[in-house]
Design a protein around this ligand. Sequence first.
Ligand code: XMP
Ligand code: MG
Length: 195
Amino acid sequence: MDEKDLGADLASVLIPEGRLQDKIQELAAKVDADYAGQELLLVGVLKGAVMVMADLARALHSPVSMDWMAVSSYGSGTKSSGVVRILKDLDADIMGRHVLIVEDIVDSGLTLSWLVSNLRSRGPASLEICALLRKPDAIKTDIDVKYIGFDIPNEFVIGYGLDYAERYRNLPFVGTLAPHVYGGTTEPTAGEQQD
Ligand code: XMP
Ligand code: MG
């Protein structure tokens, strides 16, 4: 699906494909330099992180394994509450491993805060975060994202793994939705939402 097929659904292209790919290369170079050939476990958060995980993993020269978690968070209004449930846990033990969480976006940061304390309790040798996007509200949470791609405005974004009602994840760029698609509000309904 490209920009033309999207037609009127797309309000704007926020980050074109070329800039995303350049940034992934940049992030991978930093990760490679920091881990200096140590074996790394990339933990992707389903489903939004699929694209960044696939591209980052291929850009890395460090030896990597990949594992996945799926979580859901309970929210009301625009924000997740930080109450998180594991829908799919990691396949393997992370004790003594160098773990890098790979995320699509940090919004309130509550989901990641929960994930960090959950994974830290499992005794990894190190635990860091790589997130492609970060929204301004993330600054309110005391969360240290070591590798960050882009700081973006407080708008609902789609593409490159990010969905609206499970659509648009396959777009190769990050864009914003036209208001007519979401009826003028992107507020998720109260309840349990999967990333
Ligand atoms: P918190 O607020 O806990 O939530 O940092 C992070 C999760 O919420 C989703 N999210 C978005 N998904 N477009 C999306 O498609 C967005 O603009 C957006 N903002 C937050 C996302 O799954 C993220 O992991
Ligand atoms: Mg997510």
